[in-house]
Write a protein that binds this ligand. Sequence first.
Ligand code: FES
Length: 440
Amino acid sequence: MRRLSPETRPELTIDYEGHPVSAREGEPAACALLAAGETVFSRSIKYHRPRGPFCMAGSCSNCLVRIDGVPNRFACQTPVRHGMRIERQNAYPSVKVDVFSSIDWLFPKGMDHHSMFAGVPVAEKVMATVARHLSGLGLLPDAAPPLPRPPERISVDVAVVGAGAAGLAAAEVLAAGGVAPLVLEQEDCVGGRRVLDAPEDGSTAAPSSPAGVQLRLATSVLGLYDDELGRVLLAVQRDPEGARVLLIQARDVLFAVGGHASMVPFENNDIPGVFSGRAAADLLRRRRLLIGDAPALLGQGPQLTALARLFRAEGAAPRLVLHTGAGTGPEGTMQGVPVRAHGRTWVHGLAYRDAGRRERRVDCDAIVVSLPPTPAFELLRQAGVKISYRPELGTFAPEVQPEGRTAVAGIWAAGDVARPGSAAEAAGSGRRAAQGILAR
Ligand code: FES
């Protein structure tokens, strides 16, 4: 793990478990801790296995820490500020040496506290007390949170959730059609995979927001609710003064929220040092942090070889590029399946089975899993859109017509959330959805 040049952002200091740690202005806390060599951020709640950042997108919960006395903050989503105080949680006496990890050793098949000692006098009570103390995430905050700022009410014709390839293409068509959409993006920049992932076409040009669009960055949509004025999109915008709730009424809502990082099954795939492809690319491109000089890359889809190119361009030498899909992979990849990650608090090797089903092993200093994302359909489901298993995708996905329409009036979907594909395909589906909305 090392920082890359050029490094132009001002340096500041944060406090991790009582020790000063150097950080760069604007980067997430997870980045600063990784750059400082901190590999284990937390422990899993039941087996106390070590956890480190995997997705860098606020969706895997591996990086939950206590920040400034508030538990369960996503270190990958919280920008540093000078003097910020970060503490680990769910581990004793520390995340590096956690006595509760012995549970994994004592109960290799899992500890079922619902039945263990049930009905045995005294032992039952002791077991219940122990289970109560071991369960739950973190401890209560040091102080009551500040009073929330008054919510802002917004009324628009069309809201677009997500400013990636699909959302930006849709916004452009809507704006050209005379409808100024409100675009909500949870990151602090637009572009989605074009900025955060390895560029499929090699282009590193940063996309911009189309003219005639109202853009709210650093804004996460939490849900859709009904209030006295009808259907309302509830979002939280983070700005320097703190978080503000937005209550948005829109005749049409287009969800272009993309997907979550996917994983393939192999032993030990949950240890620190295993990253999603997008996390590795984002750390490298936006944060100038190289997660390994000799990583093993595995997966399938257009991003896998792009990722290998990206690593090589920064001076790293991937030990292996393993194509895990059916058939022969793209040039420069090897066909096979991962078997196990080696390491305890950080990856140091990968065992895999090659096309001849022989087990082999490479030494590596990180494992990157690059797969098509799993549709992030939670908001669509809350809106009432049916979710079904799609054998051709091998996952659950919302039921969306080719032009982006769903069975729920005024709810549309485009891009990876509807069907994972390339950036060009996502942009095409965004444009079709926008044309459908304009034709209503
Ligand atoms: S939620 Fe922070 S790394 Fe996944």
